[in-house]
Design a protein around this ligand. Structure first.
Ligand code: UT7
Length: 325
């Protein structure tokens, strides 16, 4: 019996309208445009309006993907939303999204894997389709991470942005997603976290109830470069593929220096890398599908090409997907 693959039939994306530039941040915190650009590659990011939520962005990205696929939401078998900034504690953002799209009764759930949320979601969707348990799956990565930013903390305020990306997956005889790989290590949860929650409690005396991203950036940076180097090797090895066979790297967009390091390891020129960090900042789960959609929409990524997607984030979590687009 021939193998079934899952194939990306269409993608979509959504960004908030408001642009916050590095110069805007210079007025809010002790930083400079040149420091931010030199150390991260970021020039600007999008910030959601006060009444704009993760689900709003997810809905726009999903509608675009559905429209491009030419399919109705009612035909979806499963909705997975990678997010670490859900609208509510429950129902999940995926359930809210399902109702808005009119995809009644299909299984819908969120995946919280921080910046690796979309890759985790893609991996789960791939298992469902390959097992024959779903025929059409919507996978979204959507975040409003700026809601968790302490705008007085320059070590994090300059890094993050809001946005969402989505893909529709369907079964295919030809590849398709070749493999996905997900990992986690909770040993260094303290290096990148938001250390409040329902069970531990919120620090009521702190502004915004202590709901802030905390990061020891320098230490995270070193682990990220090392770990992403390992996962690209693992992914190529699992497929007996040489790095020269890759057409595109679609990396998590946290820091241009991390992206450069992974591209260098793969001997890929920066012309083969989709970079959005300069204008989006780090949109966590949104970053990989936003970059993927940009590359597909502007015609750089073509059918039949080989794509390597990777992400690394709080947890730590990390993952990859090798795709014949
Ligand atoms: O998406 C999840 C995964 N996240 C990541 O992968 C992020 C990984 N980390 C990073 O991207 C980088 O570590 C940062 C961009 C966060 C920081 O860059 P860095 O080169 O590691 O800088 P650093 O933390 O070592 O700080 C260097 C200096 C420090 O000053 P001193 O101690 O040398 O005097 C900081 O206080 O830069 C200072 N600094 C800033 N200066 C201006 C830190 N943040 C800023 C800032 N503006 N915004």
């Amino acid at each position: 019996m021939s193998r079934i693959y899952s194939r990306i039939v269409a993608s979509g994306s959504a960004l908030p309208e408001r642009v916050v530039t590095n110069h805007d941040l210079e007025l809010m915190v002790e930083t400079s445009d040149s420091w931010i650009r030199d150390r991260t590659g970021i020039s600007e990011r999008r910030v959601a309006a006060a009444d704009e939520t993760t689900c709003d962005l997810a809905e726009r990205a999903a509608q675009m993907a559905l429209q491009r696929a030419g399919v109705k939401a009612s035909s979806l078998d499963l909705i997975i939303v990678g997010t670490t900034t859900p609208d509510l504690i429950f129902p999940s953002t995926a359930c809210l999204l399902q109702h808005r799209l009119g995809a009644d009764e299909c299984g819908s759930f969120d995946v919280n894997a921080a910046c690796s949320g979309f890759i985790y979601g893609l991996s789960i969707a791939d298992q469902y389709i390959r097992a024959g348990n779903a025929k059409r799956v919507l996978v979204v990565g959507a975040e409003t991470l700026t809601r968790m930013i302490d705008w007085e903390d320059r070590s994090t305020a300059v890094l993050f942005g809001d946005g969402a990306g989505a893909v529709i997956l369907e079964p295919a005889i030809e590849a398709g997603i070749l493999s996905t790989h997900i990992h986690a290590s909770g040993a260094h949860a303290d290096l990148l976290c938001a250390d409040v929650g329902v069970s531990r409690g919120f620090r009521e005396h702190e502004k915004n109830a202590g709901l802030h991203v905390l990061m020891k950036g320098n230490e995270v940076f070193k682990v990220a470069v090392r770990t992403l180097g390992r996962i690209v090797d693992e992914t190529l090895g699992a497929n007996n593929m040489d790095k020269s066979e890759l057409d595109w790297l679609i990396p998590h967009q946290a820091n241009l220096r991390i992206i450069n390091a992974t591209a260098k390891k793969l001997d890929m020129s920066m012309d083969q890398v989709i970079v959005t960090v300069n204008k989006h900042g780090n949109t966590s789960s949104g970053s990989v599908p936003l970059a993927l959609d940009e590359g597909i929409s502007d015609g750089r990524i073509k059918r039949g090409e080989t794509l390597l997607l990777e992400a690394f984030g709080g947890g730590f979590t990390w993952g990859s997907a090798l795709i014949k687009y």
